[in-house]
Each structure stands twice: as C-alpha cells, then as structure tokens.
Design a protein around this ligand. Structure first.
Ligand code: GDP
Ligand code: GDP
Length: 474
C-alpha cells in the first residue's frame, strides 16, 4: 500500500541527497508546480520492500538559512498537505539552528505527522547533533547518513507504520503513535527521574511480539546459509518465492517459529542461489550490508572447518556498527574435526576483534542434518528481547552513582574533574544511553568501556551493541 512522504528542512541539510538515495536510479518525475517557477521533485521510493511516493522540497525555501521571515513557503506547506508523513531533516554535524527550530514550530501546528531525521550521522561527528534533535520535541530522531546510506534500517522501521496506516489499519496507527512519537525530553534534568513511577520495574523490554522479527542470515558463500533457510522454512517456500515485500531487489519471507512471527530479509542473494545452485559465488558486501540494515537480528554463518577470516570479522563488525543484534552460527558441526579447539579459536578471534560487544552468542549447528536449529532460533529470540531492553531512568541513575563511586572518572586534560551527572535511556533497539558530562571530549575511551561493560553486566545486556552518548548539560 502506497503512501506519501515529504522531505522538509532548511537548505543544505541533505534533502536532495536523501531523495536520491530513496528514489535510487528510478527516474525522478519532475513536476511543474502550478503558479510558480520552481520545481518540486517527486519520485517513487523503495526501502526494503516498502514503496512510497516521496516529495523533495529542496529549493523551495530561501537560500539564506538565517533569515526567518517567510522561510517556510506556501509551496512547502502545499507539499505537506499531500503527505501522509513528513521527514524534518536536520544536519547533525551542524546541530540545531534557529531555522530548524522555526520549521519544527510550523510543523508542530500541522496535522501531518513528523519524523525528525538527523542527517550526516556517519562517524562520530553527528552524535551530539542527533541527541540535540530530541529537544525539538517531535519524538525520537532517526540518525541517518543520506550520503553513505547508514540508518536506512531505522528509517524503514519508522516509516513502516505509515504503510499500514495507509491501509486503514487502525491498530497499527495506535501503535505508531506510541512507537514513533514517544518523545524523550532530555532538556529537563530534574524531572527526568521524578516522572517515573517509583514502583516501575527497573528493566523491561519494548519488544513487540506482534510484529514479525526481522532476521537476516549472512556469511561467506558456502557456509550453508541456503541450507539453513531451507531447513528453517522449507525449500518449497523459498523456491516458490516470497509472500511479502516482493520487489525486484529484495525478498522477505514470513514464517513462524514456536508461534513467534519472523520475517527473513534477503536481497537478491539466496533467491538467486536457490535458482541457480552455483556454489562459486562471491561474497557481495553491499548485498550483505543491505540485509544487515533491514534486519533486527543477524545470524552470521561460519563454517566449522574453516578459520574465521577477515571477511567474517568485517561482517560481524558491520552488524555491530549498524546496531543490530548478532548471533554466530557455527555450521557443519557434524563434520567438525576438533570441536573444542574450533569453538575456542572462534570465540577468541571474535573477542579480540570486537571487544566492545561481550557475550555474543555462539551456536553450533548442522543445517544439513537439522541439528541445533532450535537452539539457534531460541538464541535469536532471546537476543532480540535484550536488544529491546528498556531501563528506567531511576535505576540508571542509582547505577551511575554507584558505578562512579566505585571508580571515579579521571581528571580531564585541563586537570579539571570530569563530572557525569545523570543518565537516561534515549532509545532501545539497540540500547542507547545519554549521559550528561561536563567535559565529554576529555572522557577517555577506557572509561567509556568501563561504563558500557558495567551496564552490560549489571542489566544483563550480553551480546548486543550498547551506545552511549555524552553531552554537556545545557
Ligand atoms: P538540500 O539543500 O537539503 O537538498 O541538501 P543537499 O542534498 O544538496 O546536500 C547538501 C550538502 O550536504 C551536499 O554537499 C551533500 O553532499 C552533503 N550531504 C548530504 N548528505 C550527507 C551526509 O549524509 N553526510 C555528509 N557528510 N554530507 C552530506
Ligand atoms: P551458502 O552459499 O552459504 O548458501 O551455502 P549452501 O547452503 O549452498 O551450502 C554449501 C555447501 O555446504 C553445500 O554443499 C551444503 O550441502 C553444505 N552444507 C550446508 N550445511 C551443512 C552442514 O551442516 N554440514 C555439512 N557437512 N555440510 C553442509
């Protein structure tokens, strides 16, 4: 079901770049907007099987971003009228400007739902801007890089409810309100903890078990991915083709495991494989990355008879960098030689190259013989729950106080003590925390690791990426 998305924002935030990424090579239709000379760009966008119409309002606003008067033109508002949802784009590298705030104020008064998208979020330079975007009060910002393509999975997730709304799905609409517009206000330190029910459980999960869990199976060629898919959902299903989200570039197959709905995300890889049983395929990094981005949980398949090589580690790192939950499947266990040593070697290798994520589950299996599939799928369900962890602000601040007292932060470069004052969970999926810090740029990596490891241990978040952002209190 199709819906319309308008991209709005001050000049230079990357609207056209995002438009081009969403529309891809498909031809953008350029319409004359009646009565005016400037054009409005429109195109058909595709994002992991989600199809929608996208309107780019680039060029509709004044080039001078600092003059407030008349910035949001009638044309932009016209585009907004046609949209089911609008993306308010900001530049995370620059941070919020008065122009962004002006846009946010106008949008707040409109009936069209708004998603805040912080662009240029590749690397670390965008982190402060991403957090700052919360203070627009328009809900959880989505961090993306239109240029590099990161964050498209999060954007997909945020837009998905609108596809269902377009299909007049009332239930989905209600759910969307909760999911997407649940604003996290970091601006008011004092009320953060006070807002909470003191009897609320410290750790809960935000997992929505009604939605299919999006799973990708990735790995080098010949590790047994297709065999696993066939063992899990049956050859016939894969060969007869996808049931949902059929597009030229991607497939999604839905099935259930112990009553839990799952959706297998795949771009061209496995389908092609299923058709032309050619085992001499090369690893397609871009295809792998696409699958990772669209998934929530990723199974990385390894062959027990091969050493874990650079490509395997690259994939593992991509999964973590994209904030997805990782499960390692060591396949062909039936044919493994020295089982104990193999396992130890693989664990050591992963731990040294990905020290920031402890406790990634390793599951041995034989896709061919159908052994270990239950354990594998159980690990997928378990880690998905952990990935959805939500910790109350009160519990986090008790934890922070204790953790600081055990091992206080060191002196900053200028010999001033670094103060960490309060923390809150900005989002789940993956667990992401915001900590107010007097000198964020002085905080050593080792201390960040101490905090992340502590959080992981104390709140049971083994195996999932944990993100922590430090920022100066206002
Ligand atoms: P518009 O005026 O909002 O349509 O912005 P453009 O799409 O023309 O982009 C403005 C500038 O930002 C261009 O130089 C882009 O190359 C750059 N840009 C767009 N997206 C990104 C991104 O994700 N990261 C970085 N670093 N630059 C970006
Ligand atoms: P893909 O390229 O990752 O999709 O790998 P395939 O599923 O095509 O499997 C590659 C080869 O490994 C095939 O010959 C499979 O029969 C074989 N294979 C897959 N799983 C197992 C397993 O658990 N044990 C053994 N011994 N062989 C397997």
């Amino acid at each position: 079901m199709s819906f319309t998305v308008a991209i709005i924002g001050r000049p230079n935030v990357g609207k056209s770049t995002l438009f081009n990424r969403l529309v891809g090579r498909r031809e953008a239709i350029v319409h004359d907007f009646p009565g005016v000379t400037r054009d409005r760009k429109e195109g058909r966008a595709q994002l992991a099987g989600l199809e929608f119409r996208v309107i780019d309002t680039a060029g509709l606003e004044e080039a001078d971003p600092e003059s407030l008067a008349g910035r949001m033109s009638a044309m932009t508002l016209g585009a907004l009228d046609q949209a089911d949802v609008c993306l308010l784009l900001i530049d995370a590298r620059v941070g919020l400007t008065p122009a962004d705030e002006h846009f946010a104020n106008v949008l707040r008064k409109q009936s069209t739902p708004v998603l805040v998208v912080a662009n240029k979020c590749e690397g670390k330079a965008g982190e402060p801007g991403l957090l700052e975007a919360y203070s627009l009060g328009l809900g959880e910002p989505i961090g993306v890089s239109a240029e590099h393509g990161t964050g498209m999975g999060d954007l997909f997730e945020a837009l998905q409810p609108f596809a269902r709304t377009a299909a007049h799905d009332e239930a989905a609409a209600a759910e969307m309100d909760e999911d997407v517009f649940d604003a996290v206000d970091l601006s008011d330190d004092e009320t953060l903890a006070a807002d909470e029910d003191p009897d609320a459980p410290a750790v809960t999960t935000e997992e929505d078990t009604e939605k299919p869990l999006r799973l990708a199976i990735v790995g080098r060629p010949n590790t047994g991915k297709s065999t696993l898919v066939n063992a899990l959902i049956g050859e016939e299903r894969l060969l007869t083709g996808p049931e949902a989200g059929v597009t030229r570039d991607s497939i999604a197959v839905d099935w259930t495991f112990r009553d839990r709905k799952l959706r297998l995300i795949d771009t061209a890889g496995m389908r092609r494989k299923a058709r032309i049983s050619d085992s001499l395929e090369r690893l397609s990094v871009s295809e792998t990355l696409n699958n990772i981005r669209m998934a929530e949980v990723v199974i990385l398949m390894l062959d027990a008879n091969m050493v874990m090589d650079k490509q395997d580690l690259t994939i593992a790192r991509m999964v973590v960098e994209e904030g997805r939950a990782l499960v390692i499947g060591i396949n062909k266990w039936d044919a493994a030689e020295d089982k104990g040593a193999t396992m130890q070697r693989m664990r050591d290798r992963l731990q040294t190259s990905l020290p920031q994520v402890r406790g990634i589950p390793f599951i041995t299996l034989s896709a061919l013989k159908g052994n270990g599939l239950d354990r594998l799928m159980q690990a997928v369900l378990d880690i998905h729950k952990v990935w959805n962890t939500r910790i109350s602000t009160a519990a986090l601040n008790r934890w922070l106080e204790y953790t600081l007292s055990q091992h206080p932060p060191p002196l900053g470069k200028t010999k001033r003590r670094i103060k960490l004052r309060y923390m809150t969970q900005a989002k789940a999926r993956p667990p992401t925390f915001a900590v107010s810090c007097s000198l964020p740029e002085d905080l050593p990596e080792s201390y960040v690791r101490y905090l992340v490891n502590g959080l992981r241990d104390d709140f049971g978040m083994d195996g999932v990426p944990i993100r922590m952002h430090f920022r100066k209190p206002k």
